[in-house]
Design a protein around this ligand. Structure first.
Ligand code: HEC
Length: 254
């Protein structure tokens, strides 16, 4: 799944709309950015400095053609995208159906690729292979192959142990408790008691394992949740159809 692409017109563009800090991207490949961000983020560019500007080549990008511009503007009225604008890859979720509970990994561009912020880490950054070069090396990663540590079995496990927080700052971080109604109190990654009911306490697997097609609108059916354990045979699934970890299926099929 490819997520928020932000376009730039002219030489400089701002990287995202919902964050207090931004970086500037130079479409002519200038900029000496090396970890700095612009906390003023004036839309006229007045607050931009060379140190908060990064070359376009440091970001995975694509030049939009006329057909793409038309489709983009149709999907997002008001976006005002034109052929020749740049789309940049800010964040991307990747899920793989390689094991019963799938593999979950997410990536986002970071100005500090060797020292990415949570939920990534220096340990994960150090695991990037040398073959990963250029723009692709500037993305932080967070991975979730389990809901808790130590991992629990697919069925018959418990919401015990430390939760694993795995989320994308650009996608899940904004969720509040109201978005995650089936959250369950447990422990944070350090083992302290935690509510685990907000976006920065999410785990991909914990939310996607709860997917179900619920044509009868049973109130008992599983809903979105923060980081927690869910049994693949949880009685909450009774009367619903589990759709193998893809929320898009039940949400579009109706
Ligand atoms: C709180 C619930 C929740 C969390 C946490 C969550 N997702 Fe999702 N995800 C969804 C929903 C709902 C959709 C479907 C959105 C749509 O179709 O509009 C989705 C869509 C996706 C898709 C596209 C395929 C599909 O099911 O539609 C991928 C891939 C994906 N998520 C990966 C991830 C990864 C990787 C993480 C963790 C970093 C994650 N998700 C965290 C709820 C969640």
């Amino acid at each position: 799944m490819l997520c928020p692409a932000v376009t730039a017109r002219g030489r400089w563009g701002i990287s995202a709309y919902q964050w207090p800090g931004v970086v500037w991207i130079d479409t002519q490949d200038g900029g000496s950015g090396n970890g700095q961000i612009d906390l003023l983020a004036s839309t006229d560019g007045g607050s931009r400095t060379d140190a908060t500007t990064y070359p376009l080549s440091s970001v995975i990008h694509h030049r939009i053609n006329a057909l793409e511009a038309t489709e983009f503007n149709r999907d997002q009225p008001g976006a005002d995208v034109a052929a020749g604008d740049y789309a940049i890859l800010v964040a991307m979720h990747v899920a793989g159906r390689e094991i019963a509970r799938w593999t979950w990994q997410t990536f986002w561009w970071t100005p500090t690729p060797d020292d990415p912020k949570q939920p990534s880490s220096q340990v994960l950054a150090a695991l990037r292979p040398p073959q990963l070069k250029g723009a692709a090396r500037n993305y932080a990663m967070s991975i979730g192959y389990e809901m808790t540590s130590p991992g629990q079995p697919n069925v018959g496990g418990q919401n015990a142990g430390a939760a694993l927080y795995v989320y994308n700052p650009y996608l899940e971080a904004r969720f509040g408790a109201a978005n995650l109604p089936d959250s369950l109190p447990g422990y944070d990654p350090s083992g302290s008691a935690a509510q685990n009911n907000v976006g920065v306490a999410c785990n991909c697997m914990s939310c996607h394992i709860r997917e179900n097609y619920n044509p009868n609108h049973l109130a008992s059916a599983p809903q979105y949740a923060g980081a927690r354990y869910t049994d693949l045979n949880d009685p909450q699934f009774a009367g619903t159809l589990q759709v193998d970890f893809l929320w898009s299926l039940p949400e579009i099929a109706n």
